[in-house]
Design a protein around this ligand. Structure first.
Ligand code: SF4
Ligand code: SF4
Length: 554
């Protein structure tokens, strides 16, 4: 650890920490634009200048260095005993001296020379580093009287617009495409005060290569001003009108940490949240833009039952009574426990799947338990990021929990569909974006006498059902997902489910109660406690311990 004098504080920081991060760790803001902790450090914006102190032998004293230093590239390390300052400090630095403050004011004045100051119509207003740092560290007026540059607005790719007038040429976006996605689409054209970000174009100005790599949306997040803008979010909401909750992306088994931003009427955007061992600072565009199904007008809002071949809306009591009648009524004698197959969802939480297997084991007495989920997609590997082929957030958790709690073998793939084809009753929990069925899957489900499907959207699967129960998405419930590397992470309820849709484990529990089962969970955290007690490896995976950081399975 390095022992530092930081302004008036004496602090210890890990060797190798730069001044910007050391200050941040101790509640001191060192404003910066080009520096981003996930990228290389060109130190070109000069906004993070700080004042280091050095020993000056002629004076026999410790004095401010002749030049200010960039805080992003000034790395703190333990000094040898004979190089300590004042006999004890490894480094002495001021982040708020008059010289530093004057430098910041001047840099900000330069950065605003060509800036249009169009905050009232800028999507970034309210979360803009240029706005915030100008307010906290800048001049209150400009001395620039000449005509401002007005470079053109540019369409860079499927979801990214560039408002070039707002760009401060920090080059974060260029470095992201060079270093993280490795796709290198962005570069600088022109020189000096006419610098502009652009994509490669032919002589006529038509794009030769768009910014359309699957990580492109991250450049919008890291742009410190309102220059790079998401088309998906453009003019949808002022940031201060949205609420934010920490959650996990449900788009694949990586389990990227996200902030879910929402209002009462739905989800507005997903942004990546740092996790050092899972997604670093990033997320992919499939995950980022994959929330739209949550807001869909087609969401299932009422239970459905098949009447004269058509799925018809009904109420919960009727739908549950139909299922109860099938399993307890006059025809029930024909249905042996092993004729019933219960299929959990890799889109569902660990808690959903735990209640489901308990229902199968304790109430239905069947050992026929299967796992269903989204069809696999493609894996994409980038220099610093991987998108997995498994498009479910909880395959690992669902598989273990459906199987381990009661020693069941979990049926998947061909084995599952063979078993389904011979079943009399199937209770299939799906969820997530609309899931097309493959031919073998349809053929098997068509043979089932009585098919109950729990899902969030009408789909190939619900079309075959006798009863459809409306469930919830990852944005509408609390619980945990286990990612492909064994991290158990929390999702949180943000918005209410539409209409009369219900949380999946609550539906299963209600069914269990109607069939005489004794299950009485009140909230997801209670189920997580039962999982921690009964599922090997999950001993630490209570909601309290999982928190915002997650817990790695042992
Ligand atoms: S567009 Fe944004 S991220 Fe890119 S150089 Fe300009 S200010 Fe920086
Ligand atoms: S990599 Fe997977 S978990 Fe991460 S954002 Fe993309 S879809 Fe979501």
């Amino acid at each position: 650890m390095a022992f530092i004098k930081l302004n008036d504080l004496e602090v210890e920081v890990e060797d190798g920490t730069n001044v910007v991060e050391a200050a941040r760790q101790h509640g001191i803001e060192v404003p910066h634009y080009c520096y981003h902790p996930g990228l290389s450090r060109p130190a070109n914006c000069r906004m993070c200048l700080v004042e280091p102190y050095v020993f000056f032998p002629p004076a026999g004293a410790i004095v401010p260095d002749r030049q200010l230093a960039t805080g992003c590239t000034t790395v703190l390390r333990t000094a040898p005993p004979d190089r300590k300052l004042d006999g004890k400090y490894d480094f002495i630095v001021q982040t708020d001296s008059p010289r530093v403050k004057k430098a910041r004011e001047d840099i900000l004045e330069f950065l605003l020379v060509h800036h249009p100051l169009d905050c009232p119509v800028c999507d970034q207003a309210g979360e803009c580093d240029l706005q915030d740092f100008s307010y906290r560290h800048g001049h209150d007026k400009s001395r620039y009287l000449e005509v401002k540059n007005v470079p053109p607005k540019k369409d860079l790719g499927p979801d990214v617009l560039l408002y070039s007038t707002r760009c401060i040429v920090c080059t974060r976006c260029i470095r992201f495409c060079d270093e993280v996605s490795g796709s290198g689409e962005l570069g600088l054209i022109h020189r000096g005060s006419h610098d502009e970000i652009d994509i490669p174009r032919n002589h006529g100005g038509a794009p030769l290569q768009l910014l359309d790599n699957k990580l492109a949306g991250n450049v919008v997040d890291i742009c410190p001003v309102g220059a790079l803008i998401s088309k998906d979010f453009l003019f949808k909401s002022r940031p201060w009108f949205m609420k934010k909750t920490n959650s996990i992306c449900a788009g694949c088994s990586v389990g990227c940490n996200i902030t879910l931003e929402y209002k009462e009427d739905g989800v507005y955007r997903l942004k990546p949240r740092f996790h050092g061992e899972i997604n670093q600072h990033w997320m992919c565009d499939d995950g980022r833009l994959g929330y739209h199904y949550v807001n869909s007008d087609d969401r299932l809002q009422l239970p459905l039952k098949r009447v004269d071949g058509e799925l018809t809306p009904t109420h919960w009591a009727d739908a549950l009574a139909l299922i109860t009648e099938k399993l307890l009524g006059t025809e029930a004698a024909d249905v042996a426990p092993e004729d019933i197959v219960v299929i959990g969802s890799a889109q569902g939480t660990n808690e959903d799947n735990y209640v489901l297997q308990q229902f199968a084991h304790d109430v239905l007495k069947t050992t026929q338990v299967g796992l269903f989920g989204q069809l696999p997609g493609e894996e994409h590997k980038f220099p610093q990021f991987t998108i997995e082929a498994d498009k479910n957030p909880n395959t690992a958790g669902a598989r273990t929990i459906l199987g381990a709690a009661n020693g069941n073998v979990v049926l998947e793939g061909d084995a599952l569909w063979e078993r389904v084809a011979g079943a009399k009753v199937v209770y299939l929990v799906s969820g997530g974006p609309e899931r097309p069925l493959e031919a073998a899957e349809s053929a098997a489900l068509e043979k089932v006498d009585f098919l109950v499907v729990q899902d969030v959207l009408p789909s190939d699967v619900t079309q075959l059902a006798d009863v459809v129960l409306p469930g919830t998405t990852f944005a509408e419930k609390d619980g945990t997902f286990t990612n492909s590397t064994g991290w158990v992470q929390r999702i949180r309820k943000t918005i209410d489910a539409p209409g009369e849709a219900r949380v999946d484990w609550e539906i299963t529990q209600q069914l269990a109660k109607q069939l005489g089962g004794e299950m009485n969970y009140h909230f997801a955290g209670e189920i997580a406690l039962a999982i921690a007690e009964n599922v090997p490896g999950y001993g630490e995976a209570t909601h309290q311990k999982v928190g915002d950081e997650g817990v790695k399975l042992t």
